[in-house]
Design a protein around this ligand. Structure first.
Ligand SMILES: Cc1ncc(COP(=O)(O)O)c(C=O)c1O
Length: 408
């Protein structure tokens, strides 16, 4: 019997292969220990004046200091949030709010068509409810934004550009540095959504040249429910929720000290292992990209081969339903994600695939963890090939197969 060689999978059962790291990594053991220690030692409200509070505040300050240092920022630059989603929404809405408070009149935003849905939704809210103009720049067939096209959309009244570092669906790396440098010269704020890459690719506010940088702890082996926004010298954000003056009035509510302590540990471990984990994942990514089209007929690979996230492989198999594929692979012990309409909570196909004019049906995203071996990857490819063949057979028995054009 085949047994997965990937130790992370033992966390959720010996016969499972978990390939959804782009949604959430398993909690790193070092982070789990840090979380448990902090939960029993630093549970008090860090904003109070007693000894228990000081204990919590001390840990909060140390965790913030470690995180800031790893991201090349000052301690005061870090704002803790409850998720990556909250961090990016704070970047979009909070920076607009802070600018308006300072009497700023610029009311134009630029973003890309392949941003995380929370970035797009926040920008659309400013457009629909606060009279902002919004330019959404498209992408090429591999999901990459053209820097020149984006910069051509920047106007004299542009307040901010919101651009992701790596795409969450297909792994395309965006030209954030080029965009940041040019925007800086023009006094336009740049927010880089680095939720998919902080802790996975070496980057700091400075190397990106950005003013705001958002991250999600669950995506580098930290706890779920912790996000952070790094606010550089030129960046300003105002809290979205009224309540108190914590975190310099940038985010109200008590900080999750155990979660933050665990995040700092996870980021430290992730940074120390970054090169090893990155190259191991890159080997598996290239292997999967080479083997999938060989093993599965009528399969379209998404995203670029080079300049891509090391842990994301995305593909669409013609004549297959994405939800059925996810369910069948799950039953077969393989956990993957699909952005096909029926596999998403919105009931709509992934806007990323639509923007790329890619096949939206039969889509699977494989989120590769650092422990996944080439043998494991072969097992995944075999499972996908088997499942696709079976589902195609069943579909063929029930109805006429749609053409590739109808699938798009
Ligand atoms: C690029 C990007 N931005 C933001 C988020 C939101 O992060 P979270 O899941 O922590 O809310 C995600 C999550 O997948 C993401 O991939």
């Amino acid at each position: 019997m085949w047994v997965p060689t990937s130790p992370t999978n033992t966390l959720i059962g010996m016969s499972r292969l978990y390939l959804d790291h782009a949604s959430a990594w398993p909690l790193r053991p070092e982070a789990a220990t840090a979380w448990a220690d902090a939960a029993s030692a630093a549970w008090a409200d860090p904003a109070r004046g007693h000894r228990e509070a000081r204990q919590a505040r001390d840990l909060l300050d140390r965790a913030t200091g470690t995180t800031a240092e790893l991201l090349g920022a000052a301690d005061e630059a870090v704002v803790w949030t409850g998720s990556g989603t909250e961090a990016v929404v704070l970047a979009v809405l909070g920076s607009a709010r802070a600018a308006e408070r300072r009497g700023e009149r610029r009311r134009h935003l630029v973003t890309s068509a392949v941003e995380h849905s929370s970035v797009l939704a926040a920008c659309e809210r400013l457009r629909d409810e606060a009279g902002y103009e919004l330019t959404v720049v498209g992408v090429d067939r591999s999901g990459v934004v053209d820097a020149e096209e984006l910069l051509a959309a920047v106007r004299d009244d542009t307040l901010a550009v919101h651009l992701q570092h790596a795409n969450h669906e297909v792994g395309a790396i965006q030209p954030t540095h080029e965009v940041s440098v040019a925007c800086r010269e023009r006094g336009v704020l740049v927010h880089v959504d680095a939720c998919q890459t902080v802790g996975q690719l070496g980057l700091t506010l400075e190397t990106l040249g950005a003013d705001l940088l958002s991250a999600s702890a669950a995506k580098f082996g930290g706890p779920r429910g912790v996000g952070l926004l790094v606010v550089g010298d030129r960046g300003r954000v105002d809290a979205l929720v009224p309540g108190d003056d914590r975190q310099r009035r940038r985010r109200a509510g008590m900080e999750d000290v155990p979660g933050i302590a665990a995040t700092a540990v996870a980021l430290t471990v992730a940074t120390a292992r970054m090169d090893t984990e990155r190259s191991a994942r890159e080997v598996v990514r290239r292997h999967l990209r080479a083997r999938l089209p060989e093993a599965v007929p009528d399969l379209e690979l998404h995203g670029p081969l080079a300049d891509a996230h090391p842990g994301i492989v995305a593909a669409s198999a013609l004549y297959v339903d994405g939800e059925a594929l996810v369910q069948a692979l799950d039953a077969d012990g393989v956990a993957v994600h699909s952005g096909s309409s029926c596999a998403t909570t919105s009931g709509r196909p992934s806007h990323v695939l639509v923007a790329m004019e890619a096949l939206t049906h039969g889509h699977v995203r494989l989120g590769i963890g650092p422990e996944l071996t080439v043998d494991d990857a072969d097992h995944v490819v075999d499972a996908i090939a088997r499942t696709v063949e079976r589902l195609r057979g069943e579909a063929g028995m029930r109805r006429r197969l749609p053409t590739a054009q109808e699938h798009r």
